[in-house]
Structure formats: structure tokens, C-alpha cells
Design a protein around this ligand. Sequence first.
Ligand SMILES: [Zn+2]
Length: 155
Amino acid sequence: MKDNDLIIPCPACDTANSLAEGQEAKSAQCTACASPLFTGQPIHLTAARFNAHALARGLPLVIDFWASWCGPCQTMAPIFEALAAEFEPMLRFAKVNTDAEGELAQYFRIQTIPTLSFIRNQREVARVAGVLYAGDLRRWLYGALSEPEEEHASL
Ligand SMILES: [Zn+2]
């Protein structure tokens, strides 16, 4: 792996794949399981998978903390999915079910759902609570992508 290679964790098996600069990310496959590295769908993140995805350097991660009983979360879900397809391979989209993954919800001190957390190079650089519609979500994502990360504490 070279320093300027981008590390892409596989959405299916969590293996860290190294993409050379200029290599087409959207059509790349996992070296371990041959799954596409980008499917246009959010991944379902658990505590066991968290480090592989959230602590990977290079590929930013946006997490939607949700629960099945939460009405606003249901409103948010298709919007979040649509933008996953739009923003890949710039970003990885992930969902955390706060009922199943209480440990992760607690680690992030989630007070209300839906909450979105944006992680880049092992730091949470932005967070927003409540439903964001597509236009606002898109603006928020571009804002988080350009946020200087030095000002934020490591995870
Ligand atoms: Zn894989």
C-alpha cells in the first residue's frame, strides 16, 4: 500500500481494500470476496464492524442513527438512501439501529433520532439531529466534506 492510496473497507466483508490514485472506485471489487466496493446502498453498521469502517483513513463516513419505531427516521430513510447513490464513492453511508446497537448509540451520546454523524479521518466533523430533506442534506454533506478536521477531537 502506498501513502496516497485510498483505503476502502468492503461493505460486505469489511476487508480494507487499497485503491490506487486514479483507480475507478465505483466499479472496483473487494480483493477478498469480490463484492463491489460501492453498491449505492447504506451499509448496516454494528459495534463489531465499526472500527473497520469508521477508523479507515481516507473514505469519509456518514452514519444515520435510527430505530424502527421512530417516524421521522422512516421519513429520513429513503432520502438518505437516495443520497448514498448520489454521493458514492466520495463518501460511505451507514445506518446504525440504536435499539440493536445501544453501545454505539451510547458511545456517540445520541440523545435523539434520527441523528446524522459525519466522520472523516477518525474524527466526527459534523452532526445534525432531526430529519433533513434532500436539499438540506446535500448542503450539509458538502459542508461536512469541506470542514477543517483539525478542530475536532479524535473518536
Ligand atoms: Zn469483501
